[in-house]
Design a protein around this ligand. Sequence first.
Ligand code: SF4
Length: 331
Amino acid sequence: MDCDKCGRESVMHAAYSGLHLCEEHFLASVDKRVRRRVREDGLVPDDATPEDPQTWVVGLSGGKDSVVLTDVLHRTFEKDPRIELVALTIHEGIEGYRDESVDACVELTDELGLRHELVTYEEEFDVRMDDVVESDPENMAACAYCGVFRRDLLSRYAEELGADKLLTGHNLDDEAETALMNFLEGDVAQIAKHFDASLGAFDERASDDDPTRETGDHFVPRAKPLRDVPEKEVALYAHLADLPAQITECPHASEAYRGEIQELLYQLEENHPGTRHSIMAGYEELAALAAEEFGAREEGSTDLGECERCGSSTTRDVCRKCSLLDSIHAA
Ligand code: SF4
């Protein structure tokens, strides 16, 4: 088929929009969607100036999503002195997986000339995920430990790096899956927690296996500028733009429920193109309403204190991360 914009050979067909696009117009359409999301979420405040620039920390894992996000943001703000990008990579200690994706992060940030910070579970917590999976003192899925540690490091380092925003590479499929999971779990309070009122946007979901979900544990606003772009298109973009993205899956990936939702969404999207977009449109409206309701209910509530070990915000004496580290080190 020919490109609907210029008549050249198309490289993709988006069933949800009916468009066929050639390589050039496809790449441009992804850039455009990310830039529109940055604009609509108001990520660049009016008072940002070259003298007082904004620092945006981008969570760069080396997978296609974060690599594409970093690349698009770099080209968008390369000549804009109001925005400084810093890439932050977290090494969990997973043999045969993370070393390779760190290589992709180094290659990309070297190529783009971006500042790159690497933090490891080993140096920060004296643990490696491979060992945690082996000992498994809490009898939980790997991601339940890993998600708690990652959120802690992202929040902490975003603050340490002086971030005004923390950006992550969640794509449309990730977001629609999370929305559907929250619906199916029937937890409206949880839906409300994922709406960041400061941005009018969505926050990173706590691990699905983490029963405590301490979502009030950060103060740097989050944003997901890739959330309008379907996963397949992100993968195609990384391929066509020849970006150094790692494609291997984590060997400890354990979100079985998310896998079922993925399959369900895939079928729905095949049969009813546009399903992911409509899920998100409704979810965002619902989350904003829920955030208003739950925000009002919780106003005046002072049950969020500081962890007596590390000082993180928590509703308990010792935060989830510190109690998990206790069990791991005692095992
Ligand atoms: Fe950690 Fe799970 Fe992600 Fe692997 S899939 S890096 S264990 S959160």
